[in-house]
Design a protein around this ligand. Structure first.
Ligand code: ZN
Length: 150
């Protein structure tokens, strides 16, 4: 099973890195934030459009490694159309699984996120995978214009 997950992980990361979803500037974003992971050099600009507590649109731009790009791409697919609260809950869950605090979350429960849970196997890359999520969390809180993983 773990080999299958690893294969799936590599396949999905490869696909989302080569063809990132929602990779564009959003002119009518309600919030925008710059994220930086100095360990790897990943940079992301995240755009969200929130209306009545719902994330109506989410997109990103930037340059980073395959894992940060794939994570950002998957994240935009997961949180689009969700409430701010739901997105925050995804952030918390993702944080727990990538830091190994939650080994029990089922793959059914995690859905697409399960693929990125595979990053646990590569501790040096966890910050690459969490950068887009920290950026999202900061954008939701609307407290800063930039965020760094360090
Ligand atoms: Zn990286």
């Amino acid at each position: 099973m773990f080999d299958e997950i690893r294969d799936l992980y590599q396949e999905v990361v490869f696909d989302h890195n080569r063809n990132p979803r929602n990779f564009r500037v959003m002119e009518d974003a309600t919030r925008k934030i710059d994220g930086f992971n100095p360990l790897c050099g990943d940079r992301i600009t995240l755009y969200i459009k929130v209306n009545d507590g719902i994330i109506e649109d989410v997109s990103f731009q930037g340059s980073g490694c395959a894992i940060s790009t794939a994570s950002a791409s998957l994240m935009t697919e997961i949180v689009r159309g969700q409430s701010e609260e739901q997105a925050h809950e995804w952030f918390e869950l993702f944080h727990r699984i990538t830091t190994g605090q939650d080994e029990r979350a089922s793959f059914e429960e995690l859905g697409k996120l399960a693929v990125l849970a595979g990053v646990r196997a590569y501790p040096a890359r966890v910050k690459c995978a969490t950068l887009p999520w920290h950026s999202l969390e900061a954008a939701l809180k609307n407290e800063a214009e930039s965020v760094s993983t360090e």
